[in-house]
Write a protein of this length. Sequence first.
Length: 364
Amino acid sequence: MKLAAVLLAAGLSQRFGLANKLLANVGGEPMVRRVARAVAACPVTEFWAVTGADHEALRAALLGLPFRCVMNSSYRDGLGASVAFGVAQLDNDIDGVLIVPGDMAWLETAFLNQIIDAFARTGGERIVHAIDETGQQRNPVLWPRRCISDLSKLSGESGAKSLIASDPIPRLTVCPSNDLCLDDIDTPEQLASFQQWNAMTGSTKNVLFLCTHNSCRSVIAESILNAIGGGRFRGFSAGSHPSGRINPGAIALLTRKGYPTVGLRSKTWDEFAAPGAAPIDYIITVCADAAGETCPFWPGHPTSAHWGVADPSRFEGTDSERQAAFDETHRLLYDRIKAFIDLPFDALDPSALKQRLMAIGTMT
């Protein structure tokens, strides 16, 4: 099933004041980037971000993510106009489009995947949208292909609620375990509330896995952490000399194990040292070459460790033997990452944490 995502980032933020709320700092990064990263981790084929007056700033905020940014010159005409403009960009063979407002700062990938899973169970024929605990319709909404023509005709401030109400096929609803993930941020007071919640619950820790070419081991590690991190950790990967493509064996492994592969790409580690990049808390090198290279300056001085893993892409043998080599790499990285997320972080001082991280790298 081929899905697209449209991120709505063209609003005027009139209730927020003079500044664009989507560029406000939320957990160390622009709000729109936080939401976009949650969407980018979903099994979606194409990603679009509809921007408005602050097109260049928003495009910069999304740098490094798989979104194609398009400016709606009619953004002042309202939400409906931006939805119509967004769906007009889609390929003709798209089976469904996930429409997500860019101000849903609490949104998590896990909930988006629940919506996508529900859509797949319907065969892609029914509208699927979130509801809160009172049963009220909320965003995000996943629309089947048959609705795209109607979405493209929207205009003005009216959104797509009327299309949901008039659809002849019963819609499917998904309710999250916590309504917070459905809330958007419209005012400075709501942003302050989010920042307070973020501080109380502990912000998500970002982990960057490094290897020279960022085509195999580091990508596998990124995928594992994002699958088992439970929202406490978010994985990224990069390389000093990226190859520009993910190794086919790594893609085959991740597909076989059920990990999403959409949005994975080989990229330079300089992206994570650039202004506006997601703040990194931990850096793990998974190949000896990367461990010995001079790294960029990482803002915030993240804790680092080396977890050397043999490169399965260099293994020579039969197809089944090569697959076994990739499976062994996955097993070793999975065991180490599981040990990492199970560490008693609150009970460890920086020196002790560093020692524990290094010890994990000796696991076999």
